[in-house]
Design a binder for this molecule. Structure first.
Ligand code: NAP
Length: 360
């Protein structure tokens, strides 16, 4: 996407401020200690890294800032964004683990004398997945270095149209300014804050791939991509897994296909609570989580106990901490995404937004 944006002529528009002398911050010349770039990318996920590397190959002076705010549960990870750390990559590896389990179960039909049951060791799988992800974090760091892209592990917020202030974990501040800025901060999972105990006791996809111990009997709330993918591999690993669905599965997706997906999952052990919404989560003296929910079909309340409650009810864009108003970048008030045009430019022409944080 970033490469396409580049090819579509971004580089032509780029020359104007350089020829006229650097625009170093709307407030005037660069402050002492301030670092200046042709391009500053905020967010080191798939979009941000691709964009930064492409720009550097065109000979531009580029910096990437990336900072992972730990999840409410305290999970943190490295460079590479959602896909690498808490999305596609660990998900596919855990699916692979689940698929292998299925093959082991089928193997005796093909003459393999496997003694059943074959136990699965979550700790071992998680360690292997996490080590793989860490190797990718490292690979991204090396790629940036090779292409002479400067990387800062700092949390950025706008000071003005051309300048951001980055703060390290230890509280040290750095000012970075650039002719062009790309916002690629993605999004984070939502918590149903109206549900008592949701934040205190629940986890999200930001945590599940980094658990050192098995989540055990799990309630997955939500019925879209994240929910069904997580429930799929948890069931496949032999865990007692229930999906709480308030309406339909995979809204927006072909419903005939969505039914095939849920039927397949049910036939492979995933349980579904249909037409139900959670009301409360509390911890019982034995450590289990008791979940109370409303069954909208019967109109009654019901409850169950689980070891883990996984919220998979959608994601919110990471725009709140960016101080976008200082730069004049407009967001859609309904979903907090950054409004962009067909060239991925925001309401401020030299500031772009790409990926999950942007809305066309
Ligand atoms: P999502 O697509 O926004 O769906 C949210 C799900 O949670 C829906 O089933 C929704 O039900 C339910 N929900 C919302 N609020 C709820 C509440 N308060 N109580 C109970 N249920 C609630 O969320 P997502 O699965 O997290 O996906 C986020 C984004 O990532 C999407 O754009 C998705 O396409 C993308 N993604 C893609 C892939 C892939 O392509 N493989 C994988 C993962 C994620 P209703 O339908 O009733 O609203």
């Amino acid at each position: 996407m970033a490469a396409a944006l580049w090819r579509r002529g971004w580089r032509f528009r780029w020359r104007a401020p350089a020829a006229a002398g650097r625009v170093r911050g709307a407030a005037g010349p660069a402050a002492a200690g301030q670092r200046n770039y042709d391009l500053l990318v905020i967010g080191g996920g798939s979009g941000g890294l691709a964009c930064a590397k492409e720009a550097a190959q065109w000979g531009r002076k580029v910096a990437v800032v990336d900072y992972v705010e730990p999840s409410p549960r305290g999970t943190r990870w490295g460079l590479g964004g959602t896909c690498v750390n808490v999305g596609c990559i660990p998900k596919k590896l855990m699916h692979q683990a689940a698929l292998l389990g299925g093959q082991i179960r089928d193997a005796h039909h093909y003459g393999w004398e496997v003694t059943h049951p074959v136990p699965h060791n979550w700790r071992k799988m998680a360690e292997a997945v996490q080590n793989h992800v860490k190797s990718l974090n490292w690979g991204h760091r090396v790629q940036l270095q090779d292409r002479k892209v400067e990387y800062f592990n700092i949390k950025a917020s706008f000071v003005n149209k051309h300048t951001v202030c980055g703060v390290t974990k230890g509280g040290k501040e750095t000012l970075l300014s650039a002719d062009h800025i790309v916002i690629a901060t993605g999004g984070r999972p939502k918590y149903p804050l109206h549900v008592e105990g949701a934040l205190e006791y629940g986890i999200t996809s930001d945590d599940i791939f980094w658990l050192k111990e098995s989540p055990g009997k799990t309630l997955v709330v939500g019925a879209s991509y994240v929910a069904l993918e997580c429930a799929g591999f948890l069931s496949g690993l032999g865990l007692d897994t229930t999906v709480m669905m308030r309406s339909i599965p995979l809204r927006g997706f072909d419903q005939q296909m969505a039914s095939l997906v849920t039927e397949h999952m049910e036939s492979h052990g995933t349980q579904f609570l249909r037409g139900c919404t959670p009301l409360q989560v509390r911890r019982l003296p034995d450590g289990c989580l008791q979940v109370i929910w409303e069954d909208r079909v019967s109109g009654r309340e019901d409850m169950g106990t689980f070891d883990t409650v996984l919220w998979a009810i959608g994601r919110v864009p990471e725009t709140r901490s960016l101080n976008l108003e200082k730069a004049g970048v407009k967001t859609n008030p309904d979903n907090e995404k950054i409004v962009v045009d067909a060239q991925e430019a925001t309401s401020v022409p030299h500031i772009y937004a790409i990926g999950d944080v942007a809305e066309r």
